[in-house]
Write a protein that binds this ligand. Sequence first.
Ligand SMILES: [Zn+2]
Ligand SMILES: [Zn+2]
Length: 365
Amino acid sequence: MPEKVSTNETSPRDSDILAAVFHDSKRPLEFCMLPRPEVQSGETLVRIECCTLCGSDLHTISGRRSERSPSILGHEILGVVEEVSDAPSVDLRGETLAPGDRITWSICVSCSRCDRCTGGFPQKCRHLHKYGHALAEGRFALSGGLAEAILLRPDTAIIKVPNELPDHVVCPANCATATVMAAFNAIGSVEGKRVLLLGAGLLGLTAAAVSRSRGAYVTAVSDPLPERLALAQKFGADGNMMSQQFDVVMDFSGSVDAIEVALECAGIGAKIVLVGSVMKSDDLRLNPEQIVRKCWQIHGIHNYAPSDLIDAVEFLRLNYKTYPFEELVSAEFSLEAIDDAVGYANEKRPIRVAVRPGEAKREGH
Ligand SMILES: [Zn+2]
Ligand SMILES: [Zn+2]
């Protein structure tokens, strides 16, 4: 049982909320009891049911990626509404939210009024807030998934989750699935097209399922790990990736080498979608004459808009039985065993590991 620290001068109260706080990569996550916040207008207090650890969380904990701190990491969250403010609160589809509703929400909270929001890039809002990536301070200290609860800000794009969807299928919907939807929404139909996907992590596997379900003629997946390629086949990838020309190339690997090799098979009019390069990397060798003569379209996709999250939940609802999304979470830990969860994720390198804060048993209960 980890030691718990109260951030109050007074002793912890029953209503206090356990959170694992990140300071820096040289210190273990610190268990803190944070006061339950009062819910004000437009806010929603959510009990966290399950949170999957994303690659970015692991990179932050290990120091490969820098994050402001102290913070509560974790953004791939499934929760249950505990308290809503008095103002009527609705989800993305306009359905009323009430305590007990099972929900997820967009990682990005945007103002919907600035030039970037009105220009179609709410994820680049000038007043952007991102769950799991914010300072844990003040009223909104509870802003990440590695805690028993989270306080959602006004204007959060919330979506109710169908009861039939298993927890482990839903958790990554607001990260991997929604980002993949943004990538496909950027390029239009892939029906009858030859699609090449680089990287068979959660995004690449999800993209394989989307490509297959939307009628691509070929769905090829490239990954250095044979076991990942075998898994990709369960998600709709074609077994034999013959060298050929592709109409769509999507990168989820962030590997410059992989992208350069793949561009050699990008055909006339190819749509090239870069998603995986979210860390510092070398420059890409790209010949402008080739882009011109081959009439390529190049898209950069970072995060997504709320409408992509609607598509993500709907895609999972329709396809979670066809493709084994549930198997991608290979272990589950309580919040108090977060160090074990991180150790397991780093050592075994599964697609995802889940943390279930509700399992945490409070001292004195
Ligand atoms: Zn994520
Ligand atoms: Zn904005």
